[in-house]
Design a protein around this ligand. Structure first.
Ligand code: MN3
Ligand code: MN3
Length: 313
């Protein structure tokens, strides 16, 4: 079959350009966020608090590694639209930036021995490995539209739901003025994941056929069972497990909504820990995730303000 070149002068939908531009505007590099100020705060944390922080971000490193190396490339390979492939490729590149940025945090806060130990923990943690294996089994078995849809659902579950057990603690501390530089990186990552979840969710909705939502919800609940165990393992030692689980339910609903599906847990915003929501509500800071970059990170491009109505297609 003859190969088709991508033609950016012939775009047939009304969201490709918007998502391409927004992804490019949000581009950031970990080396541009100075982290050394966090060292002082780090020393004031208890060993348990440090343990949770390290494991939460190390777990995120594993998920981003897989999303950049397998998830985004596999989905990009299987979608037909050339512009979608381009956008997914850009997003996959950012996954590698995310994974790399956690290593910048580690090298600021931890010794080399601690870092080695942490990556060994990731490799051997049962719950972390089993949730990732479940997600990844869908990435590597795309054979038709249904399996492509399910792979997209898993991608949205990963980015809009599963990441948040890891984001919780950095947001929680940043909300109290602790480790704010690392928190800034987390905020930049969350802003990326937000747009990724919305975009892959839209691609999934384009190929959706009736009754596929049943299997999607089943998988979400299966992931939630693993996530509960993971959350207990991490957060029991600092007594935050129930708040993390509530936050996970809240984000699981967001993931379902990104896929155009009904929310399942129906968690109201006020049930979520206020410090976390303050950390998430990027509008209270210098950046909202669809317009500029983070505090102190403004690149002089032609930045246009977007609002929710830009995403009604
Ligand atoms: Mn990522
Ligand atoms: Mn992502």
């Amino acid at each position: 079959m003859n190969k088709q070149a991508i033609n950016w002068n012939d775009i047939k939908d009304n969201f490709t350009t918007l998502f391409w531009q927004q992804n490019v505007r949000q581009f950031w590099v970990d080396e541009e966020i100075p982290l050394s100020d966090d060292k002082l705060t780090w020393k004031t944390l208890t060993p348990e608090q440090q343990d949770v922080y390290k494991k939460a971000t190390a777990g995120l490193t594993l998920l981003d590694t897989e999303q950049g190396s397998v998830g985004m490339p596999e989905i990009a390979l299987k979608v037909e639209n050339l512009h979608s492939k381009a956008i997914l490729g850009f997003m996959g590149m950012m996954e590698h930036m995310h994974a790399k940025s956690y290593s910048s945090i580690f090298s600021t806060l931890c010794t080399m021995a601690e870092i080695d130990e942490l990556f060994e923990w990731v490799k051997t943690n049962e719950h972390l490995q089993s949730k990732l294996n479940l997600v990844s089994s869908y990435y590597t078995n795309i054979t038709d539209n249904k399996s492509l849809y399910m792979a997209m659902c898993m991608s949205v579950f990963l980015e809009s739901f599963l990441f948040y057990s890891g984001f919780f603690y950095p947001l929680y501390l940043a909300g109290q003025g602790k480790l704010v530089a690392s928190g800034e990186i987390i905020n930049l990552i969350i802003r990326d994941e937000s747009i990724h979840g919305v975009y892959v969710g839209l691609l999934a909705q384009e190929i959706y056929e009736e009754n596929w939502e049943k299997e999607a919800l089943e998988k979400l609940l299966e992931l939630f069972e693993i996530e509960k165990k993971y959350t207990h393992e991490l957060y029991d030692q600092i007594g935050l497990t129930n708040e993390v689980l509530k936050f996970l339910e809240y984000n699981a609903d967001k993931a379902l909504m990104n896929l155009g599906l009904e929310p399942y847990f129906n968690v109201d915003e006020y049930e979520v820990n206020g410090t976390i929501l303050a950390g998430l509500n990027t509008k209270t800071k210098n950046h909202d995730f669809f317009s500029t970059k983070g505090n102190g990170y403004i690149k002089p491009t032609n930045i246009a303000k977007l609002d929710d109505s830009d995403f009604d297609f």
